[in-house]
Design a protein around this ligand. Structure first.
Ligand code: GLN
Length: 479
């Protein structure tokens, strides 16, 4: 069986009865069995649920019924997204035994569309990290180079798709956690606009930034999954009522004449030379495709990391207050209520999560709120304004996804600041709420994938996918 099953390939094979959905699920579980001990991409498998769903699909095939768009497609779900009856840990000890009583809307929609949920993928604890090394369940290895990190925080989802252990996967992106691991593992990965995909059932890290989005083996498949999970959900008041275009069809539109902005600020110091060359070659490819290139300025880019780490930690400190040993997950008894809280949170949370709770509590505290949190919100507005200004002149913005390719396991774990800087090109779009995709753009050192990022206007996902697809079709991945 081919490693590179695509959604279209699965649909055709299942519809033509070349393979049953059940056989296909079995084949993917075999692959997982063969590779997961090394990669550590999956934390929990859900064969009962997967086979039950596969049998429903096979019954539809047998009855000659029309098949839903993801019929029989094996998918993986990041472990911060709730799955009814399937353990959901957030990569944390504090939720080691937590089994959600309901499904996230994105999961429910995938299953309704015929997808087969294989299991839950490893991630940085509560999605805080850029390398997957903050998981309480051990790091994930990059399938392209196993002594390197897969990126984070959705490292397990990226690795699962890159290694052919799932046809598509859901991740979450708060400051880059879909796009950066997509870049490091060499698979297309997309974050829709804030509000495009319901957050219902996504266990919160930073609510004003968190977004669910897909990893897949090609841009068309990214479009297919995004299409299914997008759209208004009454359970999430921040989900938009804006209609969802036919993303898959939109990818076919010609890109000739589209204006692409290249922000000078995204090609500064600290960037790996190999990455720079590949991304420059990628930009040339857009020119060959008939796009117009324009140099633009996004003057507040320099403040994005600081702003992100103030806002994200502030929201995290508030969201994570719920893990108190009373309502959810782990409880370590103490001789008073306070000591129970202390012991529970002390044992349940890892170092990075504690660091962020402390930072976030500080920036929200009386006396510092105006200087940090409020200031952060103001700068966030300026960063969003940079994007609005740019989009009066261009149709899309192209940048590197990350300044560096996948680093070695352990290389940055002792230097949180160095780790935070890996997000320098992704957090801007997160703060601005715009959609962004990372697509493969060649490799450096013969093995480490480089990601090219495309930002679009709010709710302009179709344009982003259109450019990404044209780039992929023109051979961008092999530059
Ligand atoms: N790496 C960033 C962080 O650690 C982004 C994480 C994310 O997008 N979930 O916060």
């Amino acid at each position: 069986m081919t490693i590179s099953w695509t959604i279209e390939g699965v649909r055709e094979a299942v519809a033509a009865k070349k393979v049953s959905a059940r056989e296909l699920a079995g084949e993917f579980y075999k692959r997982i069995e063969a590779r997961n001990a090394e990669l550590n991409a999956f934390l929990t498998l859900s064969p009962e649920r997967a086979y039950a769903q596969a049998e429903r699909v096979d019954a539809m095939v047998a009855a000659g019924k029309p098949l839903p768009p993801l019929a029989g497609v094996p998918v993986a779900i990041k472990d911060v997204i709730s799955t009814r009856g399937i353990r959901t840990t957030c990569g944390s000890k504090i939720l080691e035994k937590y089994v959600p009583p309901y499904d996230a809307t994105a999961v429910e929609r995938l299953e309704k569309a015929g997808a087969v949920i294989l299991g839950k993928t490893n991630c940085d604890e509560f999605a805080m990290g850029s390398s997957n090394e903050n998981s309480a369940y051990g790091p994930v290895r990059n399938p392209e180079a196993t002594d390197h990190v897969p990126g984070g925080s959705s490292g397990g989802s990226a690795a699962a798709v890159a290694a052919g252990l799932a046809v598509a996967a859901l991740g979450t992106d708060t400051g880059g956690s879909i796009r950066q691991p997509g870049a490091f593992c060499g698979v297309p990965a997309m974050m829709g606009s804030y509000g495009r995909v319901s957050r219902y059932g996504l266990i919160a890290f930073a609510s004003s930034l968190d977004r669910i989005g897909p990893f897949a083996r090609n841009v068309k498949d990214v479009a297919s999954v995004l299409q299914i999970i997008s759209g208004r959900d009454p359970q999430d008041s921040t989900s938009t009522t804006a209609p969802v275009p036919d993303y898959r069809a939109e990818t076919e539109k010609p890109v000739k004449g589209l204006r692409i902005g290249i922000p000078t600020e995204y090609f500064g110091a600290g960037m790996d030379e190999g990455v720079r060359k590949k991304v420059e070659a990628g930009i040339e490819l857009f020119k060959k495709l008939g796009c117009k290139l324009l140099d633009i300025h996004m003057p507040h880019t320099d403040y994005a990391i600081a702003t992100y780490y103030i806002i994200a930690t502030a929201e995290a400190s508030s969201n994570l207050a719920r893990y108190d040993g009373v309502r959810y997950g782990l409880r370590v008894e103490g001789d008073s209520l306070l000591s129970m809280y202390r012991k529970t949170r002390g044992a349940g949370f890892g170092a990075e999560v504690k660091r962020r709770i402390m930072l976030g509590t500080y920036v929200l505290s009386a006396g510092y709120y105006d200087d940090y949190y409020l200031k952060g919100q103001k700068v966030r507005a300026l960063i969003a304004q940079d994007f609005r200004d740019a989009f009066t002149k261009v149709d899309a913005i192209v940048t590197p996804t990350s300044p560096v390719p996948a680093f070695r396991l352990g290389e940055r774990t002792n230097d949180p600041l160095q780790m935070y800087l890996a997000d320098i090109y992704t957090v801007t779009g997160s703060l601005a709420g715009v959609p962004g995709i990372s697509i493969p753009c060649g490799k450096v050192c013969g093995k480490l994938p480089v990601g090219l990022q495309i930002f679009g206007r709010p709710f302009g996902e179709a344009r982003v996918l259109q450019l990404a697809h044209a780039f992929e079709r023109a051979g961008g991945a092999d530059l």
